[in-house]
Design a protein around this ligand. Structure first.
Ligand SMILES: NC(=O)C1=CN([C@@H]2O[C@H](COP(=O)(O)OP(=O)(O)OC[C@H]3O[C@@H](n4cnc5c(N)ncnc54)[C@H](OP(=O)(O)O)[C@@H]3O)[C@@H](O)[C@H]2O)[C@@H](O)CC1
Ligand SMILES: [K+]
Length: 545
């Protein structure tokens, strides 16, 4: 499923209306009806009734799980047995988002639900299609109030539709908009947002103050980027994406290149065999050989986790290269692994002299993963450069190896035949990009896309809803995963998984995207096996692969 910015959405609207000749008011009608349907669905669920299957595609930001049920069987009757108990306030902004709300109000009323329109601005100031909807609502006799002019008691409603601000919003909500948002949040009533929660930056997921905290967001036509990026993803509640008549085929014309990472996107878009069929004639040599370079005396576990994860990801063989001093201590820790002595110093640290042996080992393996538990040492920049320029296969760079990269301008290093996958967490990304962690988190998709393009690497920006970006501008946002995965070593496991997939012949983008997806799924499964997700440790993720 595509992800769009507000600007791209406006272009899609423009093409649909101006070139295809589909009237804007028809799109608004579809939007309003879809919103009303989702409100009725929410009421039904709340009252313990049978929820009908959704028509749209649902992203549940609350649990991190994707509910990928699709139902294109068509119409749902707009009826609700418990309609008499419902009274919804419809908060109407000045633009087309408000117009959507006015249409939804008509359909709710049709289903027997009481509605009160709450205009943020005097209704006379609405224009275009929104003004048309205002007049239709008035002609139908829907009750209306103007915020600040008429008395309003949020305690009297059973739910709130937020149709204040959509993709046309700029900056933090001002004046009456801010007051209405604050009052809606304080009411404790369930809020359904039209398109995006008002106060959310639709592109970056930044939450302005104030920002609606929605139970459900009915996102119209295309999934807005901000709904998948935290903190906004947390404010959006369950996101339902509903078609409104804008053809998906226009996406290519507008140059959409950002996707929500789903099994269909992996399979059809990226060409990944998500079922990971294995040949009946296959043997260990069929599935590649990973070299993991990492682990020091105090951080040997990081190397071990990455190496074991590469095995569990399906790599036929995995060699763990580590300082000679550590070898006796780790023998038997994972009998399936091969160990390789690269020398190193008396304390069990890596040193510049290990480069030659590492190059030799790498030449005989399909992929090299470097960084987990590597530590820093004198000459490590030249050491990494030697590996970068001297190895031919794909390189997965993580942890301390990322910190080495962050301190040098590696754009001068010779370009390499094999691809490079960088897997920074937000702190490492901040060092790579020379900005603060807060700035990294402000627009994760945008930053990942820029960095990947400028540096010619596959970038995996870790964290809740990991972003995968490629040099050609394509990006993916993953939503598998679990808060329990915030534990030491989880990143080393991801590095191993990506390396393991590369060894099996996936290209770098496929391996990064599928690796992130599988890592999240395994984390969800592992969290479910504990008495409490807080007890999840990185090794559990490997065992749940
Ligand atoms: N186009 C279409 O065909 C379709 C569009 N659709 C729907 O329309 C939505 C986009 O509609 P839109 O472009 O009219 O903008 P929208 O978000 O309603 O608000 C803009 C208004 O808010 C105001 N305003 C702005 N910032 C503000 C702030 N910080 N604080 C306070 N006020 C602020 C600004 O007023 P101004 O300040 O300019 O006077 C402006 O008038 C989209 O999300 C979807 O729901 C669907 O129905 C499908 C068809
Ligand atoms: K809204």
């Amino acid at each position: 499923m595509y992800l769009v910015t507000a600007e791209q959405m406006r272009e899609l609207d423009r093409i649909t209306i101006d070139r295809l000749g589909i009237p804007a008011v028809a799109l608004m009608e579809n939007a309003g009806r879809a919103i009303a349907e989702e409100i009725i669905e929410l009421c039904r669920k709340r009252n313990g009734g049978h929820a009908s299957r959704g028509i749209g595609r649902t992203v549940d930001n609350g649990t991190g799980q994707d509910l990928t049920g699709f139902d294109v069987s068509g119409d749902r009757a707009l009826t609700l047995d418990t309609a008499a108990a419902e009274h919804w306030f419809i908060l109407v902004g000045k633009g087309n988002n408000g117009g959507d709300g006015l249409v939804a109000a008509r359909y709710l009323r049709e289903a027997g639900i009481a509605v009160t329109l709450v205009y943020a601005v005097p209704p006379e100031s609405l224009t275009g299609e929104a003004a048309l909807q205002r007049d239709a609502a008035a002609a139908l006799g829907l009750s209306a109030a103007v915020y600040g002019q008429d008395p309003l008691d949020f305690a009297a409603c059973s739910g709130i539709l937020d149709a204040l601000l959509g993709t046309g919003a700029a900056g933090a909500p001002r004046g009456v908009y801010a007051e209405l948002i604050a009052a809606a949040n304080a009411s404790g009533k369930p809020i359904v947002s039209a398109d995006i929660p008002s106060g959310l930056n639709a592109d970056t997921g930044e939450m302005h103050a104030p920002c609606v905290h929605a139970s459900v967001t009915v996102c119209l036509a295309f999934l807005k980027r901000g709904l998948l990026q935290y903190p906004g993803a947390g404010a959006a509640g369950t996101v339902v994406v509903r078609a409104i008549g804008i053809p998906v085929s226009l996406a290519r014309e507008v140059g959409l290149q950002s996707y929500w990472l789903t099994p269909e996107v992996l399979q059809a878009g990226l060409g990944v065999d998500v079922l990971r069929h294995r040949s009946p004639e296959g043997h260990k040599g069929t599935y590649g050989h990973v070299l993991v370079a990492g682990g020091t005396l105090r951080m040997s576990g990081a190397g071990l986790l990455a190496a074991r994860a590469a095995l569990r990801a399906g790599s036929g063989l995995v060699t763990w290269a580590l300082p000679q001093k550590l070898l006796p201590a780790v023998i038997g820790a994972a009998p399936e692994l091969m160990l390789a002595d690269v020398g190193g110093d008396e304390q069990g640290n890596w040193n510049a002299g290990t480069a030659a042996e590492l190059l030799r080992l790498s030449a005989e393996r399909d992929v090299t993963a470097v960084g987990p538990g590597l530590g820093r040492f004198q000459g490590d920049t030249d050491w990494l450069r030697t590996l970068w320029e001297g190895t031919e296969g794909p390189l997965v760079i993580d942890a301390d190896a990322l910190n080495i990269l962050a301190e040098t301008d590696y754009s001068h290093w010779a370009s390499r035949p094999g691809s490079v996958v960088l897997t920074p967490h937000p702190g490492e990304m901040a060092r790579l990009a020379g900005i603060s962690t807060a700035e990294v988190q402000r627009d994760r998709i945008g930053l990942a896309e820029r960095y990947a393009r400028e540096h010619g690497v596959i970038l995996v920006l870790k964290g809740a809803h990991t972003v995968i970006a490629a040099p050609d501008g394509v990006s993916y946002v993953n939503t598998t995963g679990h808060p329990g995965m915030g534990t030491g070593g989880a990143g080393d496991v991801l590095t191993g998984i990506i390396a393991g997939l590369l060894a099996q012949g996936l290209n770098a983008l496929q391996a990064a995207a599928f690796g992130v997806y599988l890592h999240g799924l395994a984390g969800e499964r592992a969290a479910g096996l504990r008495n409490h997700p807080a007890s999840l440790i990185a090794g559990d993720i490997i065992e749940s692969l």
